[in-house]
Design a binder for this molecule. Structure first.
Ligand code: FUB
Length: 465
């Protein structure tokens, strides 16, 4: 079809902008677009950054949360979906509310601390364990780890240099225990049967602003994130009533007293909660949080985002703003090794599911949905593309673009088209390939899915040759 003059003009401007600022910037935040995620908890293990999240159900109007999710990256822009490593069903004694948790490694085992509601309606913290960061996790105790009956949510765990592990948690109170080396029991010789309540003083957590849904003397609300950096302990937390912002306190000791330091992320957007998760990775500092940025987003349909930041010289935080761009890419993706289709920088219209061939696959693929993969290094050039696909319908096509989609006024480079036939079943996997032209150097890669109405096919992995 011939493009009109105005379309040509817009396309020209688009190309000009592309030349100036690289590729057209499709947002990279939120990190996950296939489900709503909240309460981020990053963990670096070996050379990979794992991200654990809670999960808001689609169209939710309450905190209806049944499982936790896991994602990983090595470049801070492309995230691989590892599915559901832990769910409420794994705790036979729990009833509901799979809220904010944190996973930590000790001696090659991974311990996932999570809050749940018990069958008697009270809250508690449980702990699950796995030999792999991506699970599956199983209930480590067969019963709860700790309960005070006073808002037992949002556990955060840190292992100090001397090997002592601490777990802080709570809303509206703040508690900690000193975990034993086994990570599934705690020192009962301190506090009240081992549980120490942190004094919520104005000096430690800032003066209450009267905005809380119930009366608070300080800004502390929930979602503590506890860690140490350069000998200084940090408690970063969701604060200031609803809608929340994120504040922090520091201390020279793991157990306080804490000194209030101010706001890091001001209130922004339409989610009434926020939740911090921090880590350093490959020499960069990252702040994870959640907001309402995905279409359909709100207080109960949240999405995890990330920003890179630099600590000030005295260890204090700069103010951090929420962005659509997220952090700068810190690696390149090698397209000549098998890449899971669920390794995604940004996508629209697709979902993921457990794959019969192992791991996850991308499903719910419909006409015009797409996946973007950022920073793909084709080096001297690719000649062909191979993918594992399955279709119980008529199938469709994968159009492979570099730098942009070609859609509306956007112009990318179409380097190949893979025909996906019916394979006889939604999990009947077949490898299909097509020729590739002009794919050299580093590019953002787009898979645009094309076909008739309805679900076209599923997509497990891909590779260029
Ligand atoms: O996601 C449910 C709850 O909302 C979390 O546990 C809190 O931190 C808040 O984000």
């Amino acid at each position: 079809m011939k493009r009109s003059g105005i379309q040509k003009l817009i396309a020209g401007i688009t190309l000009g902008l592309t030349a100036v600022c690289g590729t057209i910037c499709f947002a990279d935040n939120p990190i996950v677009q296939t489900v709503y995620t909240a309460d981020p908890a990053p963990m670096v293990y070996k050379d990979t950054l794992y991200l654990y999240t809670s999960h808001d159900e689609d169209k939710s109007t309450k905190y209806v949360m049944k499982d936790w999710r896991c994602y990983s990256t090595t470049d801070m822009v492309n995230w691989t979906d590892h599915g559901v490593p832990l769910s409420l069903k794994d705790f036979s004694w729990a009833k509901s509310d799979a809220w904010a948790g944190q996973c930590i490694e000790r001696d090659g085992k991974f311990y996932y601390y999570v809050p749940v509601i018990l069958k008697n309606g009270k809250g508690a913290i449980g702990v699950a364990v796995s030999d792999s960061p991506t699970g599956p996790f199983h209930d480590a105790l067969g019963h709860l780890l700790v309960t005070t009956g006073k808002g037992d949510i949002d556990p955060t765990v840190f292992i100090d240099d001397d090997g002592q592990a601490y777990m802080y948690w709570g809303n509206p109170k703040l508690f900690y225990v000193k975990l034993n080396k086994d990570m599934i029991s705690f020192d009962t010789s301190i506090g009240n049967k081992g549980v120490v309540e942190v004094p919520l003083t104005v000096e430690s957590f800032g003066p209450g602003n009267g905005r809380s849904w119930c009366k608070r003397d300080t800004l502390y609300e929930e979602g503590p994130w506890f860690y140490k950096r350069n000998g200084l302990y940090y408690l970063v937390y969701a604060a200031s009533g609803l809608p929340e912002n994120i504040c922090y306190a520091t201390s020279p000791n793991a157990t306080g007293p804490w000194v209030f330091k101010g706001v890091i992320i001001p209130t922004e957007g339409g989610s009434s909660t926020n939740h911090p998760g921090l880590t350093d990775y490959k020499g960069h500092s990252y702040f994870f949080y959640h907001n309402d940025a995905l279409p359909g987003g709100g207080s109960y349909t949240r999405s995890v985002c990330v920003e890179e930041f630099k600590y000030n010289a005295d260890g204090s935080f700069p103010t951090i703003s929420m962005s659509k761009e997220g952090p700068v890419r810190i690696g390149r993706l090698d397209p000549y090794t098998r890449t899971e289709a669920e390794t995604i920088c940004f996508s629209t219209g697709v979902k993921t599911e457990v794959c019969s061939a192992g791991g996850m696959d991308v499903c719910n693929i419909k006409n015009s949905s797409y996946i973007k993969v950022k920073g793909v290094d084709f080096a001297k050039g690719a000649k062909s593309f191979k993918a594992s696909v399955a279709s119980e319908t008529k199938g469709g096509k994968i159009e492979i673009y570099l730098d942009n989609l070609t859609t509306g006024t956007l112009v990318g480079t179409l380097v190949g088209t893979l025909d996906v036939p019916s394979t006889g079943g939604a999990q009947e996997w077949k490898e299909k390939s097509c020729k590739i032209k002009n794919a050299k150097g580093v590019h953002d890669l787009y898979f645009k899915f094309v076909g008739e109405d309805g679900v076209l096919f599923n997509f497990d992995w891909w590779k260029f040759e």
